[in-house]
Design a protein around this ligand. Structure first.
Ligand SMILES: Cc1cc2nc3c(=O)[nH]c(=O)nc-3n(C[C@H](O)[C@H](O)[C@H](O)COP(=O)(O)OP(=O)(O)OC[C@H]3O[C@@H](n4cnc5c(N)ncnc54)[C@H](O)[C@@H]3O)c2cc1C
Length: 389
């Protein structure tokens, strides 16, 4: 089944040309700097590459989800997980909560900047003592008149230093677990916020930070939706976060195969091109088969999402399988490059370190297996819970 129309392909071409011209030549430097200049997002906004599925009212293009798939694929083919995640965190991990559950005030204030590339956002779920166990977060927001006072800390926050605001998961009722959780939009220039950059293995061009909140005053109008509903909003929103790993990891794996084939054709050993060695040919055959099968599955999951069917089981399966295959592909393709694979002169070293976070971020592989086991073995209906408002 072909999910892409002529319009999608025209969009892909103009996006690819833009990325080739404006991004690709700069990526090595941005990886070294550990930072992406914000200007690039403004340029992408001007070109109409951001806010693809957001309503026109906020400057968006109101397009179907496969335009977002194209964006994810083309960004991912650049082989910089740091570049891709910076914008994924904005478009798919934080802004959607405002669009779906936020008041008109919040939508008007934040969404136009997300579409124009002027605003960078983050999602603040993880804490030093609570990652997988989201219900156990401790950052608290206490209502005082027309504002909340927020105390606590978040860690591993993508765009935490670089960003303008964070959709923050807080406890408004510390005596409850899931029912005590709410979502607050917090401007990152608010008094009382301390930001500390985290040095990390991969995604080197993206900024990851620890955020501390010390009596931060947040207007009550920054509450997303209703108090105590945050966990349900998250269960729904996390499907999109996980889904985005599918097209982006598949596209990066395809890039790895294509780069490997080019290298194997040129590289000679024992008097022939290494692409003539059966063991290496079979490795490519195996990896290509696995990627192709998952690509079909990935498009099926994206198609369901496009039809507003939030299938927790399939999204979790897709995230688990794609991110684990990505690790295997990056390890085995790096091997095809021999010593060169280990150097920064060839693409596999960056892919090897970037893909490692795939089985951790957005819910670890172990948590994906837990969710799938509860659905498959215990008959738990996460989809109904995730779509409950
Ligand atoms: C580069 C990077 C960027 C990130 N960006 C963001 C972001 O923007 N916003 C954000 O909120 N978070 C972000 N995260 C955090 C990420 O979502 C968490 O790291 C992840 O959810 C795991 O949480 P944890 O690190 O606390 O690990 P833990 O929850 O402490 O888990 C440790 C180990 O125990 C396993 N484990 C835990 N519970 C179970 C269980 N029930 N059964 C079996 N095994 C279990 C885990 O799978 C893992 O292997 C980012 C992380 C990284 C590394």
């Amino acid at each position: 089944m072909n999910y892409f129309s002529e319009e999608h392909e025209m969009f892909r071409k103009s996006l690819r040309d833009f990325l080739k011209r404006e991004v690709k030549p700069n990526l090595d430097q941005w990886e070294k700097d550990g930072k992406i200049p914000k200007e690039i997002w403004k340029k992408m906004g001007k070109m109409g590459f951001l806010g693809l599925s957001l309503p026109e009212k906020y400057g968006g293009s109101n397009l179907d989800f496969f335009f977002e798939v194209v964006l994810n694929e083309e960004m991912a083919k650049l082989n910089s997980g740091g570049f891709t995640i910076t914008q994924q965190a904005v478009q798919y991990m934080s802004a959607p909560y405002i669009l779906k559950y936020g008041s008109d005030f919040l939508k008007d204030k934040y969404l136009p900047g997300i579409v124009s590339g002027n605003l960078i956002s983050c999602i603040g779920i993880t804490e030093p003592n609570a990652g997988s166990d989201v219900q156990n977060i401790q950052t608290n927001a206490v209502k005082k008149g027309d504002h909340y006072i927020v105390n606590g800390s978040k860690t591993f926050i993508t765009n935490g230093i670089y960003g303008d605001f964070v959709v923050t998961v807080v406890k408004t009722d510390p005596t409850s677990r899931s029912k005590g959780i709410s979502l607050l939009v917090i401007d990152l220039d608010s008094d009382g916020i301390t930001k500390t950059k985290i040095d990390k293995l991969g995604w080197r061009s993206s900024d990851t930070a620890e955020l501390s909140f010390d009596n931060v005053v947040v207007p009550s109008e920054n509450l997303i939706g209703e108090e105590g509903k945050g966990f349900y909003y998250l269960m729904n929103g996390l499907q999109l976060e996980r889904l985005c790993f599918l097209p982006s990891s598949i596209a990066t794996m395809e890039f790895a195969i294509s780069e490997s084939l080019n290298y194997m054709k040129e590289r000679k050993a024992f008097g022939k091109s290494i692409n003539e060695f059966q063991v290496l040919r079979h490795r490519i055959a195996q990896l290509s088969s696995e990627i192709e099968a998952l690509k079909v599955f990935s498009y099926h999951c994206c198609d369901l999402y496009d039809k507003k069917i939030y299938d927790v089981k399939l999204c979790s399966m897709g995230k688990l399988l794609c991110t684990e295959l990505h690790e295997k592909v990056s390890t085995q393709c790096l091997q095809l490059f021999g010593g060169n694979g280990f150097t920064e002169d060839y693409p596999m070293a960056r892919m090897y370190r970037d893909c490692r976070v795939g089985t951790i971020g957005g819910g670890t592989s172990e948590i994906m297996r837990e969710i799938i086991a509860k659905i498959v073995i215990d008959g738990k209906d996460y989809t109904a819970e995730a779509t409950k408002k």
